[in-house]
Design a protein around this ligand. Structure first.
Ligand SMILES: [Zn+2]
Length: 282
């Protein structure tokens, strides 16, 4: 989901005229304590903590005094690492995709939604990423490492994650609340051990708290994957959590399963389109 700075600025204006823009942490706190909430509130969240959140979104948030939440991947902050969906997308548009090792080729053939050798559309790339989610992270990483070696693609990406200085500045502004998005963007699947799940959920909170010097209250499940054990851990250590489930939250919502609306430039560049999306019509 990508939105240009110009569209983002418009979103804030349009949403601000219809909804009360408030921080997610505050909304959750008021919801838990049964305090009054606006009839229509809207909270802005960003996942992954990309540097462009700092570069483009933060100045607009400051200018408009709009609160927002950024879910950062604690142990990847400041690195040039890419998450696997970005790496897979980069591979899919590579012109020499055909010359792969046999096992990588057959894995890829099992997930792609287009003909090998043809440049895929954006929808086909998204479809392929969705199919890859059937595999666990380790299997995906192994194939991606091997394919990147074969195609001579460097592991690092150009699109960097925000660094600690940038996160600290945003957090200290009082407008941006930083939440946890695990240590390594690890999807919480039933195949992960309880120890590994706890390390992701707690380890990320501890590092963020230590570095930002404030309590970390909110959590975001990578890819929306969640298990009962993970949810219990999150409930014990955080005040709320967001999912990738689409929807509106009433004041009596489960604050550990907050729904969201993903907004992409092409379906939100006009006021009517954005409101249709936010109302659940689109
Ligand atoms: Zn993410």
């Amino acid at each position: 989901m990508v939105v240009s700075p110009e569209t983002f600025r418009k979103h804030i204006q349009w949403i601000g005229s219809e909804y009360e823009l408030m921080g997610l942490g505050e909304w959750i706190e008021r919801a838990i304590n049964k305090q009054t909430l606006p009839d229509k509130a809207c909270c802005i969240t960003f996942d992954d903590g990309w540097q462009d959140n700092y570069e483009f979104a933060f100045p607009i948030l400051k200018e408009t005094e709009t609160p927002a939440t950024i879910f950062a991947v604690s142990h990847m902050i400041g690195t040039q690492e890419l998450f696997w969906p970005n790496r897979l997308a980069r591979i899919l548009v590579h012109e020499e995709l055909k010359n792969l090792r046999n096992d990588d080729r057959s894995w890829l053939m099992g997930i792609i939604t287009f003909q090998l050798g043809v440049r895929p559309t954006l929808d086909q790339v998204s479809g392929t990423i969705a199919n890859a989610k059937e595999y666990d992270d380790n299997r995906i990483q192994d194939h991606l490492n091997s394919i990147e070696d074969t195609l001579n693609i460097s592991h690092a990406g150009n699109q960097a994650l925000a660094d600690w200085g940038q996160l600290r500045e945003m957090s200290n502004s009082g407008l941006v609340e930083v939440g946890s998005h695990t240590r390594y963007h690890t999807r919480i699947l039933p195949s992960l051990s309880e120890e590994a799940v706890s390390a992701e959920i707690l380890g990320s909170k501890h590092l963020l708290q230590e570095q930002l010097n404030r309590p970390i209250r909110l959590f975001c499940y990578p890819n929306g994957d969640v298990t009962d054990f993970a949810k219990r851990q999150v409930e014990a250590h955080y005040e709320g959590a967001v999912t990738t489930q689409i929807g509106i939250n009433r004041s009596d919502a489960d604050v550990y399963a907050i729904k969201r609306m993903a907004v992409h430039d092409d379906i939100s560049g006009r006021r009517s389109d954005l409101f249709a999306r936010l109302s659940g019509w689109l």
